[in-house]
Every structure is written in structure tokens, then in C-alpha cells.
Design a protein around this ligand. Sequence first.
Ligand code: ISJ
Length: 414
Amino acid sequence: MAGPLLVNTPVLSQSMWIVEIYMDGTDYFLVTVDRFNIEAIMSDKNPPPESASDKEALSQLRDQIDGIDRRIGELISERARCAQQVAEVKQSSNIGVGTFYRPEREAQVLRNIMEKNAGPLTDEEMARLFREIMSACLALEKPIKVAYLGPEGTFTQQACLKHFGQSAVTKAMAFIDEVFREVEAGSVNFGVVPVENSTEGVVNHTLDNFMFSNLKICGEVELRIHQNLMISEVTNVGAISRIYSHPQSLAQCRKWLDANYPNAERVAVSSNAEAAKRVKGEWNSAAIAGELAAQRYELQILAEKIEDRPDNSTRFLIIGTQEVPASGKDKTSIVVSMRNEPGALHNLLQPFREHNVDLTRVETRPSQSGVWNYVFFIDMNGHQSDDTVAAAMEEVSSRASEVKVLGSYPCAVL
Ligand SMILES: C=C(O[C@@H]1C=C(C(=O)O)C=C[C@H]1O)C(=O)O
């Protein structure tokens, strides 16, 4: 066999190159290589030759993208002008006085986008883009103010941005009670608090607040929780002897820590964001927190997704003063108190079964007053205006000492 006869000839396609041709009698063999791999391997000193046709193709595609971007920009402006007109209609009529933000409408818009999406972007990616467009359009109508359980960089802040987008004006509060108070006082429009929380361990605190508050649940957010090990610019990577985080996060990463940092001291602090703050300026420590904390406190992520369970997620509630109309796919949350008697729980659950209402969560809390013996927090699929939900609720009301509807709200879209 003779050869190679030719080296580095970009003739097969834009992505495949023939690098060698061997002759063997009348047969010949091509040795090809993926151009993009080659490009990655080659150093800047020795760049692959660019053909004139490749350059032309690239420049044509870029011109096309510039044109599309112009059109997208024009369409976004047109959409924003429509949202401004909606605001004018809302203002001049009594439709939606004080309710510029419409959670049910936003959920419908996002669901619609996901349903119509033909790819190649995923439904979630597409909805995320539209989430930001809507957030900016709403800010033109009226900037929305939201309080959340801080400090900055917590998973609750991440949930807040996921739900309201980057154009919302956010305010970090130190405690869950303060988030409730801030909304009740009217200094913000909404609040975001964790409810089924595998990270911050504050589920009960949120539920207890609902017992004495007239605020409504206006929405829910689900967040995949990814934990990361992060360090500051002064950290000596080889000498990490202390790792800060919230106790729940330390627990979630226990196996990973046992395997990777068996001798480091694990220090529990009040939040993941607090952990991130502490590693600033400490050469021998690291923190476990979310990506947002790394961004906020300018830390470097040393290892990502270190949680032992990859399906780890947390649910947050949006609290406000408005009743949310049905969006087509909703949940209803209630709190019910029952007298302490045999079969109380059975009596409470029976109407839901009879009316075919699907319960998604039942939580029991000790009563905080003598009147309520058992207090149950119940989440169900459906809106309180649905016939089945309304019928079940009526029946429950006749059996319980007290029933309070915490709200009907759209199921989390993203
Ligand atoms: C435009 C409206 O107001 C707000 C903005 C929305 C949007 O940009 O699509 C949707 C719902 C509201 O939060 C509306 O009520 O339709």
C-alpha cells in the first residue's frame, strides 16, 4: 500500500475532511476526520485552512440571523405596545382594577407557547424565553414588586426569578413571617416562600403563617435543586478543611462529601447564601449552595450537581391578595380544622373521593388554638369554581369546624 498521497483536503463536506488517501492497486482508501474535532485539537498557531465556500456559507447564515433578529425585535416591540394598550383598557374600565399581573393569563400564554413549539429548542427553553418577554412587557404596564425569603442568592430568590422573570423588583426578607407581613402591608405585590422544602427545612413555618393570615396563594413554582461546591479567589483548593452550608443541603450531599472531603469539618449555617458569604476571604473553606449564590458572591464552582439524589426539587408558593380565576389547569389549597373524634380524618377525606377530586397533598399540623384540634392542609387538583371541587368543599364545610380556602392558582408551568 502506498501513501498517504494527500493530507488535509477539505473536500468531503463542511464537517468531514479527508486527511489521507491510500492507494492499493486499483482501490483507494480515504481517511476522514471530523473537522470540528480537528479544530478543537489544533492550536491557534496552526489553524485549519478555511475554504472560501465555508466563509461564504457562514457569512450568509449570519446575515440571515441578523434579519431574523430584526424581525424578532420588531415583533417584541409590537407585543409590548399591545401590553401597554391592555394596561390602558384595565385602567379606564373596572376590569382588573389593581390586578395588572394576571397569573392565570401568564400560565395560559406559557402553556400555549410550549404546546405550539416545534423545536429544535425544548418546550422549557422556549417558555423560559417567553417568560422574560412577558416579564418585560408587564414591567411596562406596572413594575411588579416581590418579597422573597432571602438573603440574595437563596433558592427562593431563584424561584422568584423563575416565576416573575428578571424585570420584577425583588426584595430579600430575613424571615418567612416578614415576607407575609410585607405583602399584607401592601409594600410589595407578592411574596415567595418555600413550602415543600427539602433544602431550607421551613415547610411548617410557611403553613403556620397561613393559619393566621388572610393572604391568598396565587401561584406555585417548582425548582430543581442542584447543589454546588464553591470557593473564593483566596481558597487553597488542596487545603479545604471546612465546608459551610444549610443543614439540609449538607444532608443532601452527605455521600458526596464522605467520598470527596471525608475529613473536612461540616459547618451548618442559616442559609446557603450565608454559606457563600462566609467563604469570601477564608483560604481553607468552601460552601455548598446554588448557582445563583456563586454568581451573587462571585465564587468559583469547583464541583457541580453534587447532591446525592438527582431528582431533588423544592416547591414554592406565591402569596398575594388577589383571587386568581381558573387557567384551565389549577390547584386549590385549603386548611381545615376538625374536632378530635374517631374517624375525623376519614370523614374529612370522604367527600373528595365521592366527587372525584384528586388530592395532591395532605399535611397535618398541631392546632395553635384551643378551637382547632386537628388542622389539615390539603392540596387538590382543580379550581374552586369547578363543580366537582365546589361540591366537595361544600360537603367538607358541613363536617369540619372550620374551612379556609387558601386559594386556587395555576399549576406550575415550568
Ligand atoms: C397583557 C396583560 O397583562 C399582563 C401581561 C401579560 C403578557 O405580557 O402577556 C399577561 C398577563 C398579565 O400579567 C394581560 O392581562 O393580558
